[in-house]
Design a protein around this ligand. Structure first.
Ligand SMILES: [Zn+2]
Length: 256
């Protein structure tokens, strides 16, 4: 039997079969793993508060043979990120960040840079403007995973567009008015491009930009990874599509 200690953030947990609770964890040294809290309801309820999404814990685990699911034997919290649970908006953005980590990472493929980026962003999210912190994290996480978005210069000719531009998922960024983008593409205002450039823990976003950036990220993930983002239900900003353009069904364009 292989006993392991692992530090990580709980992505989510769910009941599985008779007497099992599975917890999905993004760990520092092992990447994304699954662990099972087995045994009586009493034992599982002992772990319950530690298994809430967005909780930072040190886990004691063991692995039987090559079973893909670890067994959880102990847990201690190192940061509960309590402020994120006291504010639905912060919680929504925190959940969105974890969902993107889940989408971008394969099981047991560690990325220590992404892990520390996540910890830093969760800490910033507890105190600073939530949208700006979350979007900055998402742009950086996409870049680390090989899906860099170029929102500063035209992907075709390299110039900085003087005004607004269009966002093209196939190009992986913006296209200026002199170049022809591939479909699908959506217009992005000069104001939103300026807000993307200034993203950071202290930056406030204009409400139009918040929605537009949300649209850009969700459309890009849909196009590149064919995944719908579920945590958007927490966030009012995803209710409207504010980008105008060739809003065709991406699946149809990809022939899926
Ligand atoms: Zn251009």
């Amino acid at each position: 039997m292989n006993h392991i200690r692992a530090e990580g953030i709980v992505i989510r947990s769910y009941d599985y079969g008779e007497g099992h609770r599975i917890v999905l964890i993004y760990t520092k040294d092992m990447g994304k793993i699954r662990a099972s809290a087995r045994g009586s309801r009493k034992i599982r309820s002992k772990f319950a508060s530690f298994l809430e999404p967005l909780t930072g814990n040190r886990f004691m685990l063991y692995r039987r043979g090559d079973n893909p699911v670890y067994t959880l034997t102990g847990v201690e919290v190192f940061n509960p990120y309590s402020a994120l649970r006291e504010d639905m908006r912060r919680f929504g953005y925190g959940s969105l960040m974890l969902e993107i980590v889940d989408i971008l990472c394969c099981d047991e493929d560690p990325d220590i840079e992404l892990y520390f980026l996540l910890l830093e962003a969760l800490t910033d999210l507890e105190t600073g403007p939530s949208a700006s912190t979350a979007w900055l994290f998402l742009f950086r996480a996409l870049k680390l995973a090989g899906y860099r978005l170029n929102m500063f210069r035209c992907c075709e000719c390299g110039v900085k567009p003087p005004g607004g531009a269009v966002f093209s998922p196939p190009a992986g960024g913006i296209i200026c008015s002199s170049c022809s983008p591939q479909e699908p593409f959506w217009s992005v205002s000069e104001e939103t491009l300026a807000d993307i450039k200034n993203l950071g823990p202290g930056a406030e976003l204009k409400s139009g930009s918040e929605k537009a950036i949300g649209n850009i990220i969700t459309k890009y993930i849909k196009y590149q990874l064919d995944r719908e983002i579920r945590s958007t239900g927490f966030l009012e900003i995803f209710k409207d599509n504010v980008l105008s353009g060739t809003d065709r069904d991406t699946k149809q364009l990809l022939g899926r």
